[in-house]
Ligand binder design. Sequence first.
Ligand SMILES: Cc1cc2nc3c(=O)[nH]c(=O)nc-3n(C[C@H](O)[C@H](O)[C@H](O)COP(=O)(O)O)c2cc1C
Length: 322
Amino acid sequence: MQTWLTEHAQIDVPVISAPMGGVAGGALARAVSAAGALGMVGAGPGTDPDWIARELDVVASAGRPFGVGLLGWAVTDVDAVLAVLAPARPVLVSVSYGGELSDWVAGLHDAGITVATQVGTLDDARDADAIGVDLLVVRGAEAGGHGRNQVATLPLLQAVLDDVDTPVVAAGGIGTARGVAAVVAAGAAGAWVGTAFATCREAATAAPAREALLAAGLEDTVYTRVFDLAQGAGWPAEFGGRALTNAVTRTWAGREQELEARPPALTALADQVAKARADGDVAFAPVWAGQAVGLVERPRTAAELVAELARADALLRRAAGL
Ligand SMILES: Cc1cc2nc3c(=O)[nH]c(=O)nc-3n(C[C@H](O)[C@H](O)[C@H](O)COP(=O)(O)O)c2cc1C
């Protein structure tokens, strides 16, 4: 299947494995790229440029195109990160969620790197388009991890495709070949898949989180800022996150303002979440995941998942009567 993404990035399968801090290191990205899709390394909050350089060495060893995803709000020294990225020559760099996107675009373009950003509303898409971003990642509310919660993937995808000419990939809720086929048929250049890759063997997902992900169903996630409040994580307030429901979300999701107004309760929750993270106790620790978690039933290698997603080609041919 050929799309703008496969041609531009020189890959075989129009799928990008999402950058996921703490989950998508060089090993996962390498396996995805080696399988013919585009593997992304995810730099989470507090990542130092040396870590990025090391992980990029790992992914580059596949000899295939790869990318890197950064959190705009979390990068304090843009020049230091650009200095690591330019010689590593990723084909794609995404900068999402805050910071000054325009600070990145010129520097990345100077290095010959394509720039992407995740957008959660039509206004986000128009703003990114005006700044000169090359690839819009249209990310709906059903997606895992952080982002906006305003609009679901399909309505947002339709609106953005009708509104801007910049290439688009779709993100949020895509976990099988059917999802890839749907968004490519609609006009997207490919799919940006996070949650499904988080369960792959090469992901840095800890064992208890992986078990919880594999056991979870379509209805077992919730969008909340509770974990960010508890961890003092520094996320801009407009970007909450979708995680597996657990004891913490059952008590506090939807009551974030009340939690913020009650410092003793917040301190107690912060201690509880910190201990749970250290102990790998998923009843109280965040496990970031989107609704597509309900589509994943067994652990696979990244190559197995890429092969499954690549079946979108056959689905599209069948739909076209070919
Ligand atoms: C565990 C996890 C961690 C994530 N970390 C990041 C991150 O560090 N940077 C980023 O831009 N997006 C991050 N995301 C969001 C993904 O890029 C993407 O929007 C999302 O996974 C797509 O939806 P899906 O999970 O339904 O496939 C994360 C998502 C998950 C599930």
